[in-house]
Design a protein around this ligand. Structure first.
Ligand SMILES: Nc1ncnc2c1ncn2[C@@H]1O[C@H](COP(=O)(O)OP(=O)(O)OP(=O)(O)O)[C@@H](O)[C@H]1O
Length: 469
């Protein structure tokens, strides 16, 4: 038996998950190596002690003690808490009862440290914020950069859409924007936020539902209360952070269905509770959302609950892909050249006509974002002549263009007149060579007078080479 116990302990100490177990008195009987590692507590100060002495929790807020009472497991609970040395930890864990002869004899929690994932997530979000900062447009002070007027468009379909967006901004209704990636969905939502006199004075909060794990997304949206579960800390959720502003749920069709059900309740009741909280808080923000495929298709494929879709889509705006509004392409090229050359301190005099025409014919699967990034990389490569040529653009893009490009050889600094005088010089030299440097004969071949030829030879610095015998 002792041997077996030793083996079980070795197994428990070798796994990547933290394990903690309590007895019927609520005292810790098992505290494996992994949980020691991420909580930073000395097992000597944990084992044998009551949970409420070890953590900042109460009988009501502890998962383990709740399981002792309810005899039911608590699955996948997200916890945010401070360690003994005040380090913030994020974990996800499940707590189970252990039965023997129908009686509960122990409760244990298996948890994973999410802090690393959290750090990564934060880094990604910061990087995302940086790349948005890396901007052409200044932050307007409410976490947005765009107004509807900043949206560059001349196609009828976009002008109609902007008109609809202006109207949508003035009513307090949910807006669902859909379109392919990079078409400008967030731009339109930010524009709507800034068009409304009330929301624009309040925060704009965006969250990408596809980028965040389910357990984090729920606590991110709703917030958590202090001590709601083992050592959890108070955090303000996005519903609350958005205040009377706008909450933008990007890629709502990637939100897990059970969280969609919780969101639906918030939309219906205009109230929400923090995770582990008892108090109902008012939901005052405007909810906007997006999908990158037709929302009707999302409903049909069950990635978007039908009832939620109806709630979210009081107003629906469809942004067409760039390929369906090619008239916007030259305007967008111009816009990005101007703003990006200012950003990089580069002078761009012009872009080759051929290139613009090939860009107008290209399909732009990454839409406006792809166009913007292509111009950004070209502008950063341009030299002093200030002409955007194919060679400045990423080769993978050039390979995909349908129209073959004419690649002009480098022009001399004085442009066309330079090309003409270069041709003149080369032609005269060639004829003089062929005519043995006989001026009269060469003038006859060139069909100009002798004096004219002598003048042009002088102008171009042409002299008969010395023949060394
Ligand atoms: N009409 C436009 N005028 C000016 N800039 C635009 C326009 N449309 C898109 N952009 C630019 O393209 C970038 C991408 O736009 P946005 O993030 O709004 O696209 P999205 O459809 O929300 O993309 P995703 O689905 O990938 O989140 C913006 O940062 C903006 O610089």
């Amino acid at each position: 038996m002792e041997k077996e116990n030793h083996c079980y302990c070795t197994v428990l100490n070798s796994i990547n998950e933290g394990v903690i177990m309590t007895n019927s008195k609520g005292c810790v009987t098992l505290y494996n190596k992994q949980i020691q590692k991420f909580e930073g507590l000395d097992p000597a100060n944990v084992i044998g002690r009551h949970l409420t002495e070890v953590y900042n929790i109460t009988e009501e807020t502890s998962d383990q003690l709740s399981v002792w009472k309810s005899k039911k497991p608590i699955i996948d609970r997200y916890q945010k808490f401070l360690t003994a040395d005040n380090k913030e930890l994020n974990s996800i864990g499940s707590t189970y009862p252990v039965f023997k002869n129908g009686e509960i004899v122990a409760a244990f929690t298996i948890c994973r440290n999410l802090t690393k994932i959290h750090e990564l997530l934060n880094k990604t979000m910061q990087a995302q914020e940086k790349s948005t900062e890396n901007t052409l447009v200044e932050d307007l002070g409410n976490n947005t950069r765009f107004q509807l007027n900043d949206i560059v468009a001349k196609s009828d379909v976009m002008l109609e859409l902007l008109e609809k967006a202006r109207k949508a901004a003035l009513v307090d209704a949910t807006v669902l924007v859909w379109g392919e990636t990079g078409t400008g969905k967030e731009l339109v939502v930010q524009g709507i936020h800034n068009e409304n006199p009330l929301t624009r004075k309040n925060p704009f909060v965006a969250v990408n539902c596809a980028a965040i794990p389910e357990s984090l997304l729920e606590s991110l949206l709703f917030g958590t209360t202090k001590g709601s579960f083992t050592g959890s800390v108070e955090s303000t959720g996005l519903f609350e952070q958005a205040g009377k502003g706008t909450l933008y749920l990007d890629e709502i069709n990637s939100m897990p269905l059970n969280l969609q059900a919780k969101l639906l309740r918030v939309l219906q009741e205009k109230k929400f509770r923090k995770l582990g909280g008892k108090e109902e808080l008012p939901m005052q923000c405007r909810i906007t959302s997006s999908t990158n495929v037709d929302p009707a298709e999302c409903v049909a494929t069950n990635t978007l609950r039908k009832d939620l879709y109806y709630r979210l889509s009081v107003l629906v705006l469809e942004i067409p892909p760039l390929v369906k509004r090619r008239e916007d392409i030259p305007l967008l090229i111009n816009h990005f050249i101007n703003s990006l050359s200012a950003k990089y301190g580069k002078r761009v005099n012009r872009i080759s006509f051929d290139l613009v025409s090939a860009f107008c014919d290209y399909t732009w699967p990454g839409n406006v974002r792809e166009l913007e990034h292509s111009i950004e990389s070209a502008v950063s490569m341009i030299d002093e002549e200030g002409i955007l040529l194919p060679e400045h653009f990423p080769s993978n893009l050039l390979g995909k263009l349908e129209k073959p490009l004419f690649v002009p050889s480098k022009l001399p600094p004085n442009g066309l007149s330079g090309v003409l005088s270069q041709t003149e010089k080369e032609t005269i030299c060639q004829v003089l060579e062929e005519c043995g440097w006989n001026i009269s004969e060469s003038a006859r071949v060139l069909k100009i007078g002798r004096t004219n030829l002598q003048y042009r030879m002088k102008k171009n610095g042409i002299k008969q080479p010395l023949i060394i015998k």
